[in-house]
Design a protein around this ligand. Sequence first.
Ligand SMILES: Cc1cc2nc3c(=O)[nH]c(=O)nc-3n(C[C@H](O)[C@H](O)[C@H](O)COP(=O)(O)O)c2cc1C
Length: 365
Amino acid sequence: MSSSWGNSIRISIFGGSHTQAIGVNIEGLPAGERIEWEEILEQMARRAPGRDKTATTRKESDQPQVLCGLLDGVTTGAPLCAIIENTNQRSKDYSQLKVLPRPGHADYTAEVKYGGYQDVRGGGHFSGRLTAPLVFAGAAARQILRRRGIVIGAHVLKVAGAKTEDRPFHSTEISPELLKRLSGEYFPVIDPAARESMRESIEEARLSRDSVGGVVECAILGMPVGAGDPIFDGAENRIASIIFGIPAVKGIEFGAGFAVADSRGSENNDPMYIYEDGSVRTRTNNAGGILGGITNGMPLIFRAAFKPTPSISKEQETVDLRTREAAKLVITGRHDPCVVPRAAPAVEAAAGIAALDLLVQSRML
Ligand SMILES: Cc1cc2nc3c(=O)[nH]c(=O)nc-3n(C[C@H](O)[C@H](O)[C@H](O)COP(=O)(O)O)c2cc1C
């Protein structure tokens, strides 16, 4: 099993939902970068569980402890390792999940792959809790990026069943202030009225013992022209690969995304012009800031689709892996009725790690 990612900035995530701690080891960070602790804690708090009714009631303070790699708050250039203790595990018998796998979760695939040795407690290494170390790494990476004028923000664009969706990002004009506001919010949205509508949908799903999915839209501003490579190591490849490291992601699209399939070249090509500062810009941004795998200096915009939380308390059809017979399953325990609000900071974090990796790999930092 490998839970490592990255070419030049390499992260390795370890632990499980009910192990003593979870954490991340980050290699390749430039030396001499100050990491503001308050900003790390702010990002950890946005992702932490137990904040409101849209999330699981499990309460974790998610206080990271740095074991090495920082001296007086500044990166030393050596691997930076941080752990986050698990403090609110509820001990109960999880062995049922090895026999009656949850539909939509990884219980069945893990049981077959790891021969029953996998840690199933609270989702083990598959748990959404593993996005906490990702958020830690992302919060550090984003501070390094911000010093170079690169700002990242994400918002909940859509929750299934909500009457109102959030406004999407403007494709060419996004202010750094908007992204800064979004990346300070729990349940970030551009239009607060949309948040209320989305909350109602999540609450309705929770009360009917169900769950809902949704979409997170993310923007990276200030990426210079030239980061990324064609074919296998493009900006799209790298971002998609780390975004799929967030559990429950089932799709990602850049710029106009799947809509390009319905358009003509004359509509989809982004007209180019020289901006007042002499830089090359485009009037639209269907490319989402990437051409040929290489950033083109326009806002980098992508959307990630999240499936509804698999653990729902409605009765479901499963199989008994011992008797090979049909079985019914009713899941108890604490689960997010919608993972999307808590996933938004994880998407920002993953985008930050990918952007830093791309820049270091392209020798642009
Ligand atoms: C922030 C976050 C919280 C999550 N919380 C839960 C949860 O409470 N219950 C659950 O069954 N799945 C939860 N998930 C999703 C599962 O971890 C995920 O669906 C599962 O590991 C299977 O992986 P896959 O959906 O990527 O195939 C969460 C995901 C994220 C990103």
